[in-house]
Design a protein around this ligand. Structure first.
Ligand SMILES: Cc1ncc(COP(=O)(O)O)c(C=O)c1O
Length: 285
């Protein structure tokens, strides 16, 4: 097990280890959650979807009016030295805050420089083709109205996982319901399949998942039918297959919702096909 403190990091212009990073308590990321982030996966030292993740970071920064003096290319060259070819799976965590100010106040500071932190960390391969699947439960979506911004203010997402824990479902997933439609999970996008048509919620106050986009490309390449529609709870319970996507867990099959089996109660053939195509995509990196 790797000691977190020895993880390679980049902090405000310098490479160091994570243990050497010292962030002020007056940093607005700490005080207000006034910051945005990204998590980019890498396989044997090669990033997957790096441009898309960094572009989304730039979009998050633009949406909160935070001017970072780094280009996408600058950030690419910071990421590379943090990675190791020896590691099967690694992630690069990137966070940018609105910086440090002398006195705590809500209004944007006039002079603060953004704080930038990157570090890399190995992780275990999430699932193989023989994965038996996960369970999920519906919850009201408590989050704010700008879920397209990848903000570090994740209280709604954290409380969703805590509610699962309190209900004895700590290893399971939450499916977030907004105005009667199931839109997302606390850290993943949602897909379902019924009668050979795949459905995923449209980009309406949800995160534009990089894995969601990659999976949509794979769906088109496989000539499968896709509709961008947010399902109702009833549609999901009646689905043949359901799976979630994110950069670390990739494609995670959901085999039961509220204790009711989805389809056969096993990961289905469309998930298997897309999961296999996604593994090929990773190996081409
Ligand atoms: C709320 C939410 N939706 C979706 C995703 C999936 O995004 P990506 O595929 O870019 O990792 C994440 C990832 O962290 C997330 O937090």
């Amino acid at each position: 097990m790797l000691d977190d403190k020895s993880l390679p990091a980049f902090y405000n212009g310098d490479f160091m280890t994570l243990s050497q990073v010292s962030i002020s308590p007056m940093d607005r990321g700490f005080l207000f959650g006034d910051s945005v982030y990204e998590v980019v996966p890498a396989f044997h030292g090669q990033l997957l979807g790096a441009h898309e993740h960094l572009q989304r970071l730039m979009q998050s920064l633009a949406k909160i009016d935070l001017n970072l003096p780094y280009s996408i290319n600058d950030l690419m060259s910071v990421c590379q030295p943090l990675l190791s070819e020896q590691q099967a799976c690694e992630l690069v965590y990137i966070q940018v805050t609105r910086g440090v100010e002398a006195i705590r106040k809500h209004r944007f500071p006039v002079t603060a420089e953004p704080t930038i932190l990157l570090y890399s960390q190995p992780y275990d391969v999430p699932f193989a083709l023989d994965y038996q699947g996960s369970h999920a439960y519906f919850q009201e979506d408590l989050r704010w109205q700008k879920c397209d911004i990848k903000s570090t203010s994740l209280m709604g997402n954290i409380l969703a996982y805590q509610q699962l824990y309190q209900q004895g479902h700590e290893n399971d997933e939450a499916l977030l319901v907004r105005d009667g439609l199931v839109v997302e999970a606390p850290s993943s996008n949602l897909f379902m399949a019924k009668d050979m048509v795949i459905y995923t919620p449209p980009l309406n106050n949800i995160l534009t998942g990089v894995t969601r986009d990659l999976v949509i490309k794979l769906i088109h390449e496989a000539s499968l039918e896709l509709e961008e529609i947010a399902p109702t709870k009833e549609m999901l319970l009646d689905a043949d297959e359901v799976w979630l996507t994110n950069s670390i867990e990739e494609l995670k099959p959901i085999i039961a919702i509220e204790g009711k089996n989805i389809g056969s109660g096993k990961p289905g053939p469309i998930w298997q096909q897309l999961f296999t195509a996604y593994q090929e995509l990773k190996s081409q990196k």
